[in-house]
Design a protein around this ligand. Sequence first.
Ligand code: M6R
Length: 603
Amino acid sequence: MCGIFAAVSDRPVAGVLVQGLKRLEYRGYDSAGVATIDDDGMKRVCAVGKVAALESRVEAERLPGCIGIAHTRWATHGSPSEGDSHPQIASGVAVVHNGIVENHGALRRRLKRQGCNFHSETDSEVIPWLISRAVADGLGAAQALNLLDEALEGSFAVAFMTEADRNVLHAKRHGSPLVAALGPQGGYLSSDISALAGLAKEAIVLSDGDLVELRRDAIAVFDKIGRPVSRPRLPVEASGGAFDKGGYHHYMLKEIHDQPSVARAVESRYDRGDFIGEQIRLDFDQVDRIRLIACGTSYYACLVAKRWFAEIAGVSAEVDLASEHRYAPHVADGLREAAILVSQSGETADTLASLEKLEGLGVPTIGIANQQASTLAREADYFLPLLAGAEIGVASTKAFTAQLLVLARFVAHVAEQRGHRAAARRLRAALGEAPKAMEAVLHNEAAIVAVAETFAKARSALFVGRGALYPLAMEGALKLKEISYIHAEGFAAGELKHGPIALVDEQTPVVALAPTGALFSKLASNVREIAARKGRIILIGDRKALLALSDVADASLTLPTCDELIQPIIAAIPLQFLAYHVAAARGRDIDRPRNLAKSVTVE
Ligand code: M6R
């Protein structure tokens, strides 16, 4: 959600800025812009829509500046228009900003009274005005940036440059992520480390409150009281391979197909020695309750883990949506808790707010995220990486199954500590089968394409499951709605007759997650209830289950036979394929669905 990219070099930077923005596109945006400074002064070029539109304009302008800042903007205040795009410029100061200035109304009124002439509707425009006034009052860049801490309410990352000094970029991190790097051809700032591929070997991950001064051959980082500080460095993936679609039409399709190799990567890291025990110094035998917190797809992964914790480790778990948990009253019931916060990006604002709340309550926190340079990775007490590789498609696919795989290993670790060794062994053995089972589903893609073609005409769809597959029903519905824009809902199959069955008719496809297992006979009854109301049933199950329900299925998607414990992991794949191929049949912008951002860094 919004992306900052900036560069200072001894050669023109417009091309590298546009390239940087292309690599940040996946975060979600609706307009983009760059500004550079050359001998003739500051030049700003912006475009609504794709970075490709901006690229043509930048090429036409032939910007010669060797210092520049760039931005992809996801509109919050003001429309996605050229005027509201960043960089925002005031009195020779150009600023790019991620985040929201919550008190921008009051600031704007005050600055207007002081003679500042606003040109846009965006909350961000107060920032160049605040900086330029501070600089005019004789303050240095660092002091001007520190003033923002006092003036602005909300979280932000800001980068700016001034016409007065064409050699240095300034930036500040206050809640929103930012990394800085030096390479052979200059210095760079980016919201995301992966956008630096090919430009630098490693990046400095800024901490909250840090200021950076970046020149073509030097980086200086200062903490919020102005002391020079050294911050952790992370390697930058050399090739930028994450941005290669690998021959697939979309990143999402590539990422669906990546899943067996992600499962193998997780297996090889987590099954080597006591990896989790080395990362997390907690005795789970002394924990009464696990608290799981996340948003969206990550929340559904937590709901699956809740069942595993109860079934395998004998510990109760509560799952909360971060957006609710952060404002929910806390009940001090004396139970000893450990909290697990799960996120692909590690930057989701609500999840980070929950983290802060839990830390305030003294609850030990474990972050699980794909981005190792993320705030969640840095600020949770303990951290487990997902190892899914960069996920570019907005719809989470391989990060979701990686979350399930890592959570399952975590459950096995907790089970062992609590003396449930046989159950832990069973879960680990089942997980060992996951990569092959995933491959078997990937080989069935053609069958799913055929189902998707008729499904694509539906106006609404239902997904049902029971037990650990109920969260998958919700995940299947979320995946379908976010990329195909078909209305979809996921239900616990047993709840149908308490209301949702009223929605069943001949036009509404109902996807039933029905592999053989402890709850199969219950699920089968629910499927027959749907059939009796003329619902169009798409069954997802193993051969035995499909055979048992063959008389009522309009279409069937086959899952390999596997331990029931890992069915949620394997069943995720046909649901992802279904959403993908339905969206493709409807001609949707699959990797960048409307209104959505990959990394939801504002509340
Ligand atoms: O980065 P996170 O996992 O914290 O993001 C949470 C949700 O925004 C995310 O899972 C969202 O629901 C995806 N678009 C789902 O595909």
